[in-house]
Design a protein around this ligand. Sequence first.
Ligand SMILES: [Zn+2]
Length: 683
Amino acid sequence: MKKVTFFIIFSWILLTNVLSQDATVSLIPMPNSVQHLSGDFTIKENTTLDIRLSKEEKKLFEQQIANTSLPSMRKAKKIAKNNIIFKLVADSSLGKEGYQLSIIPDRIIAQAQHTTGLFYALQTISQLYEQSARIPAMIIKDVPDFSYRGLHLDVSRHFVNKEFILKQISALARYKINRLHLHLTDGAGWRIEIKKYPKLTTHAAWRPYKKWEDWKANGSRYGANEKGEKFGGYYTQDDIREILSSAAAHNITVIPEIEIPGHSEEVLATYPELACTCANQYPILYDYCIGTEKTFEFLENVLTEIIDLFPSEYIHIGGDEATRFGWMNCERCQNRMKLEGLKNASELQSYCIRRIEKFINSKGRKMIGWEEILEGGLAPNAIVMTWMSEKGAIQAAKTGHYAIMTPSAYCYFDSYQDAPMTQPEAVGGLLPLKKVYSYNPIPKELTPKESQYILGVQSNVWTEYMSTPEYVEYMIYPRILAIAENGWTSSSVKCWKRFHREALRQVTWLQKQGYHPFDLSKEVGDRPAYRASVNHLALHKNVVYNEPYSPFYTAAKEKTLVDGAKGNWMYTDGRWQGFANRALDVTIDLDTVTDIQHISAEFMQFIKAGIYLPGSIEIYLSADGVDYKKIKEISHKVDPHANELFYKKLIWEGKERARYIRYVAKPSPTSKEWIFTDEIEVR
Ligand SMILES: [Zn+2]
């Protein structure tokens, strides 16, 4: 049979004209190699299925076929034409997830080394069929670029139920996402049943407020409110088993995260003996006490139940954003430092993480942590999940540690995905689909050898502002499609135009299936001012800063205000320059005395992020850089209740001659936080 199949495919390649690459095949993620042939194969009523797997594998595979868009098909009785064959082959070039699909006019042959590859071949056939039952003839050979393609979901800030998770698993698998990282614990609620510590779910899984914002603003307490209402929830171990069984059938590994040592307010409020001895100095306890053995006993007991439940090779232990408030004043932590010869809080954190890693390794598993686990020395076998930037991953890869890329600028789905005024509340930042798609998980700083330590890419969905399941879906889709393609498809094959066209189609498909994606067809896109550069008299002139800009929002540093580049909707885009608690005060040198009729600058107000219009503007002109005259003073009352995001251009117009312009924008006395501007235009 092998020979017959080979002959059929081979003759088609020889006898047909190979069509050009731009013939329409549109899939997400796009396969890495497509060779077009002439003719097509139509899936119709009498198309039959020939699944060459063991009895048990076949049963599961039939179920997987039933979950796709494909019509129900009869089983092929004998080698017949017009059938779809799924079979395993020994071809090491396909790895575990790769597959080859030969679509020729009288049959489709899907082959892979492993059932996972066949599952992905099936997803490809299903997506092709959704476009047309008549599928153009072609050979697809498809192997993913990265082995880790993930979605992280924070179920602590806002809990979503088991059914929601099961629903996402089925959509994620369709796009060949293979990891679901569940952020199961955090200050906002503990979300998994631990038999040994029932209070984690009778108490710490509940809070008096539904919305995270209200809970945070009202003292971050647990349990019920005055009316006896409580919000939140958790997964029982049976729920988890059901999630894991569905995930396995969809070739998705679920990675559990238990936060250590920070982000643990809910545990410490429930088991205060795990907090530092000095803890009563602080209104809220955040971090485990690393000085007491009780902490390690608790964590090892919790991790034992987690490891018994989850088959994942990787266990995520958080490791991010420990406040370390208590450690330096805690007698027990100080004793631990003396005993272990630890010099500072970073080394104390590293001690904790190394001890936890040793425990996880002793159970045959590997530890993942957020990039802060690098501080104070990385645990020997740890995998770093980089989130602030790519730096953590670069450092890890250069020292022979594996890393997973989730840099916030490209992978944090809590940011707005379109013009913020058209969007529901988000944490800030702007991350449209195009920007997610532009991300290449291999940092430029790495050599090809070091790049092998990059396991893949993941989007992180932090749910602070996502208080309904519909909203969580809205933030996931369609952006996860870009992550799926970034993780699967080589950058040489990627194409924004094709991807965008296909993403529009996928959004319609998702809507029809009852998902709630952002409607990409209604995308506003970039701020009009951002799209084109502006030309004016001060362009590329020298600017002296009389007050410094913030080191956090430098934009193009000294060039920012005269580079002709206007900012997009959000202050985080690298074009807006920020001034924290101080005036914007700059002097622009036009090189020569010049006729000036117009000076303007645009400011942003976004009170949620502490950004205000300036309270007053002063403009001074000088011919010699010594004597200045004030030509304009604009006072401006900042409305602290104007909650919506807006932009305002403050303009002077007149007739003057000068070489030097000193531009001063002072914060309002009542709202001394941030001032952001992007350009000072002179005409
Ligand atoms: Zn302590």
